[in-house]
Design a protein around this ligand. Structure first.
Ligand SMILES: *Cc1c(COP(=O)(O)O)cnc(C)c1O
Length: 388
């Protein structure tokens, strides 16, 4: 046998398709339709021009400058971009998003996309002898890590309105004597819990069990749990540059947690890859955090287009979940998700559908620019005429 027994347990994640045969409008992977800001582009070019020798040297293994920039950005925005206020170049948080303490760089850990960060978090905080708790429908990478690390899962069905069953999740975590993880807002539904709801969950769970909240989409209208870090030392918040910071190609993810838990994850990193962030990712990430007003504005635009498309789908008779993210999850009676996806693809636009039982009727639509959404509307109108 050439391969290890361990390989049998691997069931890799399947990302939204990245076709090369034809140029499609890509609304299938929750990427941001806007390019990184001009300041980011300039910082990367300058770095290569001024310090080419640094491309031949190892980068800062601790990403110190980037961690300071992320901490500052979170304090400035409250961790929810689409509600932050911009006046000329000053950025400040909306009243309801203000963080009641200062986020410091030692509360930040960064990695090669939040996918890698999550992998290390799973390794650090879940045990193979105990079932950890997660929602039945959530980010589909969590079950992949469970297989990878051989950690058993306890998947809790969503409620009839597609929201998380908080009570059941807490009950099972107690029964299993284990931690839990969920995305907030959740994927692929787009629904989020309020900070107060998460606080209540934390109050009713063991301080000795890890509580992981994945805030990949929070900048588009959710409520961040960063303010709860003051009272709950078992809370780990996972975030990414891939969605609201227009950075999916730069592979930058991070956690916000107590310095003690940051150190735990850093120990995992230093046992696998000392340098998960290359020099250019550190430069571009730092520049993005310093030019955050640009991303506040793009997040607001995405949220506006999302709400407009929500209304459009409702007018067309779709069942659409009210979303706090950069995507919509919708279905229409009598039309299969896969057929809708295929028909929209023929019209040059990619959206996503899932073959997973329970959600196979739905499509997930990433929100693009105004122009892209106009084209998508036309494709939907056309498709609904032919599929009727
Ligand atoms: C997109 C996504 C991620 C992964 O982001 P990367 O930083 O690109 O690896 C993590 N969690 C959720 C819920 C996501 O939707």
């Amino acid at each position: 046998m050439l391969v290890s027994n361990r390989m049998k347990g691997l069931h890799p994640y399947v990302p939204g398709e990245q076709p090369k045969d034809r140029v499609y409008i890509k609304l299938n992977a929750n990427e941001n339709p806007y390019a990184p800001s001009k300041a980011v582009q300039k910082a990367v070019l300058n770095f290569v021009k001024k310090y080419p020798e640094k491309l031949g040297l190892y980068p800062d293994p601790d990403s110190n400058e980037l961690h300071a920039a992320i901490a500052r950005m979170l304090n400035q925005t409250g961790g929810v971009l689409c509600r932050a206020k911009v006046s000329s170049k000053e950025v400040s948080p909306a009243e309801e998003d203000k963080i009641p303490f200062t986020v410091t760089p030692d509360m930040i850990y960064t990695g090669n996309g939040s996918d890698e960060v999550l992998s290390f978090v799973f390794y650090a905080f879940f045990d193979s002898g105990k079932k950890f708790v997660l929602p039945q429908f959530t980010y589909s990478f969590y079950p992949v890590y469970a297989g990878f690390y051989d950690i058993p899962m306890d998947q809790v069905p969503l409620k009839d309105d597609w929201s998380l069953d908080k009570e059941e999740m807490l009950k099972r975590a107690k029964q299993n004597d284990s931690g839990l993880i969920f995305a907030n807002p959740n994927a692929p539904t787009g629904l989020g819990l309020s900070r107060e709801e998460v606080r209540q969950m934390l109050l009713n769970s063991s301080p000795d069990q890890i509580f992981i909240v994945d805030e990949a989409y929070v900048d588009f209208g959710g409520e961040s749990c960063i303010p709860l870090l003051k009272d709950f030392k078992n809370l780990v918040i996972v975030r990414t540059f891939s969605k609201s910071l227009c950075g999916a190609g730069q592979r930058l993810g991070y956690i916000v947690a107590s310095p003690e838990l940051v150190n735990v994850v850093t120990t995992v990193k230093n046992s696998v890859n000392h340098f998960p962030l290359d020099a250019l990712a550190q430069v571009s990430g730092t520049a993005a955090c310093k030019d955050i007003s640009y991303y506040v504005n793009t997040s607001k635009k995405v949220a506006e287009e999302r709400d407009a498309f929500y209304n459009f789908l409702q007018e067309k008779g779709f069942y659409v979940i009210k979303s706090q993210t950069n995507f919509l999850f919708a279905k229409k009676n009598g039309i299969k998700g896969e057929d809708l996806y295929k028909s929209i693809k023929e019209r040059g636009i990619l959206i996503r559908h899932f073959n997973t039982p329970g959600i196979e009727d739905f499509v997930r639509i990433t929100i693009g620019t105004k122009e892209q959404m106009q084209k998508l509307k036309a494709a939907f109108e056309d498709t609904l005429d032919t599929l009727k």
